[in-house]
Write a protein that binds this ligand. Structure first.
Ligand code: TC6
Ligand code: FAD
Length: 658
């Protein structure tokens, strides 16, 4: 691409950048070798540019065509990626890199038909299948000679797993399980687990591998009714289906038996910890935090580059129209989204490291921190996806009418982020899970050892602990920790009062649940800001000074933004004063001004190639108007000057003939 093809404003923005963009790209990728690995994947993928990115845009295809086209492209992409991915090993870190490589590269705005295979089916094997079963199926799954889904949710139940109705009844005479969907509401919906019955006793939710279709003809196997659930708000390249079982028999060894087992005579051997069955969901929630960063990185790249190119309105009479990125209200929308993306990037890494540490402990039979991991994965999945949706929507609104075009890729990206607020656990329900852990922790604060992510509760509640509000990052973190502690303790007090007055534990819980969710959110926000601050401060020590300075500004912007967003809590629970708030607001505007010159450099560092960004507004060259017109002309309605509906309907109507 010649320099002449690049929008002049973008050239100027890139010249203004005060830090080395490549240095930041290496940091964001996790090191120069990871950047090179990613770029090699992209290079290989671009050898099939026309097959993967050419042709009619998805938005002009029918529901069926879109699915078929996404399958065609997915097969090409995954065949290519398989060549460059490390040997098919199931080392979790390698696997997560495969995920981000594979799905980060997923080339449709509507997700990938192989997404579930990699995000759900494979992790279930790695966490629930015993060695024999892994030998039999895992490598077939890794090389895609079998493709799997994850059928847990049913038409009648998604959140309440213990309410799932599908049964798996063991028949010792034949050493088989009989899978059955007793009701319409028990039909698996979305696939994705079943209630296990043996010797007439129900042992709760367990995972089974079930072959749904014939390996040659692809026809559904006897007793299995399958179908597709219809058009969704997004992710329509992922064919979510339904499955009904009519007394379908599978071998005993198709129950995934790494944890619980059923012996040949039907004896049930329970897992060392009943919650291990839910292990795959914890892993997937960790992956979803990374996904939320990837989606938001696309949205901020689009909105920032567009805001540098779009000139609209005069600030002063007679002056040229200003880049909309110069309007402070635009900086408020976009620079906070950039800070939010960096914050969640650091927290995704922390969560991944925490998951690996605790997962190793679980493998050694140490379940001490399982509850903490579950609570942390729940709240970070909830907050990262809520933030990613919120900031993506701010980015769409920041791009005016053109941000409403599918060709901008902002509406499809929003559809992806908002789906993640529901799947893998509705965010409200997950924050309640975190709250459940926090209340349990609070009740034991003087008797049980505290795990790392809740240590702060002890610190800020120690008698005599004094804290005066400070407008610093550390002061804001401390403020959020106090807010969290006070919300948790007040929920405990409220519930105790209600139960003492004769209300059941469950009714007390429900009555207080809005405050419980809020306590879970405050706890998570305190973790997100402190992790961003602490981990970025560590990283800054090995950064060049110019880059470290900008990272420090992003950390402070993020902390001040959320302090202003949660002023109600801070005024209720801390000593922040009105004067402090005035200073906070002015510091916020000063930070926006400081970061403004580096906005384009910050998003360039995500290094998202145009083919994956897929945006008429966000391309590296900034030629937005030419691209908007190019995309518009792809509309089938532009194939002819007069659409047939004129002669068939409109003209007779206008002539009063209908
Ligand atoms: C791209 C993605 C595609 C999408 C795929 C999908 O959506 S797939 C479908 C995704 N679907 C969903 O995500 C469905 C979301 N729903 C659920 O995950 C569960 O129904 C639930 C957690 C909400 C309640 O479950 P429940 O009624 O069994 O539990 P309870 O509340 O009575 O608590 C009992 C104890 O268990 C503990 N514990 C619970 N879970 C875990 C865990 N994972 N790990 C560890 N521990 C866990 C909990 O802390 C508590 O411990 P305590 O305090 O006694 O020490
Ligand atoms: C795009 C997409 C892909 C999916 N893919 C899969 C898949 O591959 N495999 C699979 O198994 N599932 C899949 N799902 C299903 C998903 O896991 C469920 O939709 C999700 O767990 C939410 O459950 P639900 O739909 O039953 O919602 P509900 O739980 O019915 O939620 C409705 C409302 O009820 C509230 N609510 C429910 N329980 C409580 C409670 N205890 N306390 C307070 N409020 C409550 C919720 O907060 C929410 O506001 C997918 C969903 C989507 C959107």
């Amino acid at each position: 691409m010649g320099i002449g093809d690049i929008n002049k404003d973008l050239i100027r923005e890139r010249a203004k950048c005060t830090f080395n963009v490549t240095e930041l790209t290496y940091f964001l990728d996790g090191g120069k070798d990871k950047t090179l690995e990613r770029k090699e994947r992209e290079r290989v993928m671009l050898t099939k540019r026309e097959e993967l990115f050419g042709g009619t845009p998805d938005e002009y295809l029918s529901h069926k065509e879109k699915y078929e086209n996404s399958m065609r492209k997915a097969v090409i992409l995954f065949s290519l990626l398989r060549k460059v991915q490390k040997e098919n090993n199931t080392d979790l870190t390698n696997y997560r890199n495969l995920l981000s490589g594979v799905l980060g590269a997923s080339i449709s705005q509507d997700g990938s038909p192989f997404g579930l295979h990699y995000i759900m089916f494979m992790p279930v094997f790695m966490s629930q299948a015993d060695e024999e079963q892994q030998k039999k199926w895992l490598h077939r799954a890794l090389n895609c000679s079998i493709i799997g889904s994850y059928a847990q949710t049913e038409l009648g139940h998604g959140t309440f797993i213990r309410g799932l109705e599908t049964t798996a009844t063991y028949d010792p005479a034949t050493q088989e399980f009989v899978l059955h969907s007793p009701t319409l509401t028990s039909y698996k919906w979305w696939p994705g687990g079943s209630q296990l019955y043996s010797k007439g006793e129900c042992h709760g939710i367990h995972s089974f591998i079930v072959q749904v279709r014939d390996e040659d003809t692809h026809m559904p196997l006897p007793g299995i009714k399958v179908g597709e659930i219809g058009v969704k708000m997004g992710l329509n390249a992922v064919n979510n289906g339904f499955i009904g079982f009519d007394n379908v028999r599978i071998p005993r060894t198709n129950m995934l038996m790494k944890h619980a087992k059923v012996l040949e005579d039907g004896t049930y051997v329970k897992s060392k910890n009943s919650k291990l069955i839910y292990g795959a969901m914890v892993f997937v929630r960790v992956v979803i935090v990374f996904d939320s960063v990837n989606y938001l990185a696309k949205a901020i790249t689009v909105a920032t580059r567009y805001s540098a190119v779009r000139r609209q309105s005069q600030l002063k009479e007679g002056e040229p129209e200003r880049q909309i990125l110069d309007y402070v209200t635009q900086q408020d929308k976009i620079l906070t989204a950039i800070a939010g993306c960096f914050a969640m990037k650091m927290n995704a890494r922390m969560l991944w490291d925490t998951f690996n540490v605790i997962n190793d402990q679980l493998h050694k039979g140490n379940f001490e921190r399982l509850g903490e991991l579950h609570a942390l994965a729940c709240c970070l999945k909830a907050i990262s996806t809520t933030d990613s949706s919120m900031f993506t929507e701010r980015c769409r609104l920041a791009c005016g009418g053109h941000g409403y075009m599918v060709s901008s890729n902002l509406p499809p990206t929003y559809a992806l982020t908002t789906a993640s607020c529901t799947y893998e656990g509705d965010n409200t329900v997950l924050l309640l899970q975190t709250a459940r852990f926090l209340l349990k922790t609070w009740r034991q604060i003087d008797t049980a050892p505290l795990t790392p992510t809740v240590q702060y509760l002890k610190t800020v509640s120690t008698p005599g602990y004094s804290y005066k509000w400070e407008n610093s990052v550390e002061g804001i973190i401390r403020g959020f920790q106090i807010v969290s502690m006070k919300k948790i303790s007040s929920c405990v007090d409220l519930m105790t009062t209600k139960i003492m007055s004769g209300m059941s534990q469950e009714d007390a819980w429900n009555t207080v649940s809005i405050q419980l969710v809020s306590a879970g959110e405050s706890h998570c926000r305190a973790i997100v800001i402190s992790t961003f601050h602490e981990d970025m401060s560590k990283a800054m020590r090995s950064m060049s000074e110019p880059l470290a300075e900008v990272m420090g500004q992003l950390v402070e912007l993020y902390a001040v933004f959320w302090a202003l967003e949660r002023l109600g809590d801070l005024l209720e629970f801390t000593s922040i004063s009105g004067a402090d708030v005035v200073k906070l607001r002015s510091r916020y505007e000063e930070l926006l001004r400081k970061i403004r010159p580096n906005a384009v450099g910050l998003v360039d560092a995500f290094d998202i190639i145009d083919e994956l960004l897929q945006s008429s507004l966000g391309a590296y060259d900034g030629r937005v108007y030419e691209r908007l017109m190019e995309e518009a002309l792809k509309s089938p309605l532009n194939a002819e000057p007069v659409n047939q509906s004129f002669h068939k309907y409109l003209k007779p109507f206008m002539q009063g003939k209908l």
